[in-house]
Ligand binder design. Structure first.
Ligand code: PEP
Ligand code: CO
Length: 465
């Protein structure tokens, strides 16, 4: 693992750099994992300075509103649906892909709201999810050793030594693509949602092969009636309460990107990362003395923390004490990603310890990242049933510990890709090649995502109705 930290020396005034306190770049004095060095430090400096001066993507009051809603989730009074691409790419910043993503997130949330009768917070892995951790720094392509692809925020997927070199100009391109995405998502939320809201446009034929088809059909017809009724009495009701229908999130991985957009806000205490409403700490960057923790402990945003192998409970408790020393409600979302075989073995201990420690967390289940495997022909995939099993067992464990599982975290797309096997459509390993698009992990497609939403609602109802 290359841990050489690219240093920026002249951005903050020297007395701050030498000080002990927290500031947006204080992480730069620590060891940083999962970020290869930028060879061109002058260019890095220029890009960083420019990014720092550009207007923010989101606002502090949206961040505060999300935190309040997450506090409701922690209390058991709402549910969090977090979903989107594993790795967004710059090329996929298109009208069709964004509409499809919004559509699937919206339809899934309607299913959850309707079936569970509880408010649902939509949180996209969107408008900034451009950087990826990798288990290997290098790969060899046609005999040439080069850095691994780490997401469009850092380098290019194109395989050459040159295109894999970390490029600071990508910090600015990521900002631009995030801004364009967000602009369109906000416009759709304000004006163009009507089309997306109508369940008669749902593509549900695939469900005919599923044992629950009758339930689905009835539910869609009932959602349809409810929406028509609300449309009639109060048009545009869905977005009257808050302008943001879809909050944004990404992994806080490339800290140059996040810290350049971390700002003070007039008349408010503290610093806000104004590039996303929530950022999360990945499973590979949890070193307590490392750069990522140093950065995250200083921002006001709600923070997700992945919880998975190597199941280091002591480290997690230290992280919580460091990032949320005042036990603020709505601040922390613990996203467990254990793998379907590990849930029963590890989750009860974690739930008990966090409870005993008195941390008011939101519990969410990421059933994707512990269930990835490679097929015989070396295609990365996940089984729908493994994903479902992790969700089921996570609900079961929370139920038996009298704890509230308040969310799911899914890698999904609104497109008809063929990346995960199983689901009502019966996609098998031979079918994966027909439309396999992801640059990183396999995602649930439109149909698998809707089906998963029905099944999540069923599990939630067993536990909390
Ligand atoms: C991810 O969410 O895409 C990811 C890499 O997850 P994790 O850090 O849990 O492996
Ligand atoms: Co992923």
């Amino acid at each position: 693992m290359s841990t050489a930290t690219p240093k920026i020396n002249q951005i903050e005034s020297q007395h701050i750099l030498e000080g002990e306190g927290w500031y947006p770049l204080s992480w730069n004095k620590k060891e940083i994992s999962q970020l290869p060095a930028y060879p061109d430090t002058e260019e890095l400096q220029r890009s960083f300075n420019e990014l720092k001066s550009l207007p923010p993507l989101i606002t502090s009051w949206e961040i505060e509103a999300l935190k309040e809603k997450l506090a409701d989730v922690a209390e058991g009074n709402a549910f969090l649906l977090q979903g989107g691409d594993c790795a967004e790419t710059f090329d996929a910043c298109t009208s069709v892909k964004l509409v499809n993503m919004l559509k699937v997130m919206l339809q899934m949330s309607f299913i959850l709201i309707h079936e569970m009768g509880t408010p649902v917070i939509r949180l996209g892995r969107i408008a900034g999810q451009y950087a990826k951790p990798r288990s290997q720094d290098f790969e060899v392509v046609d005999g040439v050793k080069m850095l691994n692809y780490r997401g469009d925020l850092i380098n290019s997927i194109e395989a050459s030594v040159d295109t894999r070199t970390p490029d600071p100009a990508r910090l600015l391109e990521a900002y631009e693509k995030a801004a364009l995405s967000l602009n369109f998502l906000r416009a759709l939320s304000d004006e163009g949602f009507a089309d997306l809201q109508h369940p008669e446009q749902w593509e549900l034929d695939f469900m005919q092969n599923n044992e629950y088809y009758k339930d689905y059909e009835q539910m869609v017809s009932s959602i349809n009636k409810a929406i028509k009724f609300m449309d009639t009495i109060t048009p545009n009701r869905i977005n009257t309460s808050h302008k943001v229908d879809l909050y944004t999130s990404h992994e806080a991985l490339n800290l140059f990107y996040d810290s350049a957009q971390t700002r003070r806000v007039p008349r408010k205490q503290g610093w806000f990362n104004l590039s996303a409403h929530l950022v999360w700490l990945g499973n590979r960057t949890q070193q307590i003395d490392g750069a990522h923790i140093e950065y995250l402990k200083g921002i006001q945003n709600p923070i997700g923390i992945k919880v998975g192998p190597p199941f280091d409970l002591e480290n997690l408790l230290r992280l919580l004490d460091t990032i949320n020393p005042n036990h603020e409600a709505g601040k922390i979302v613990l996203i467990t990603r254990m793998g379907h075989d590990n849930v029963k073995k590890h989750l009860p201990t974690f739930i008990r310890a966090i409870k005993q420690h008195g941390h008011p967390v939101v519990w969410s289940c990421d059933p994707m990242h512990g269930n990835t495997y490679a097929t015989g022909s070396n295609v990365k995939t996940r089984k729908f049933n493994d994903i479902l099993q992790e969700i089921r067992e996570t609900f079961e464990v929370h139920r038996s510990e009298a704890s509230y599982l308040g969310g799911v975290h899914l890698e999904l797309t609104g497109d008809n890709v063929t990346e995960c096997v199983g689901g009502a459509n019966g996609l098998n390993e031979d079918g994966l090649a027909s439309n396999y698009e992801t640059y990183c992990d396999p995602r649930l497609n439109y149909e698998q995502s809707l089906e998963m939403a029905f099944l999540v609602a069923k599990e939630w109802n067993k536990s909390y109705r």
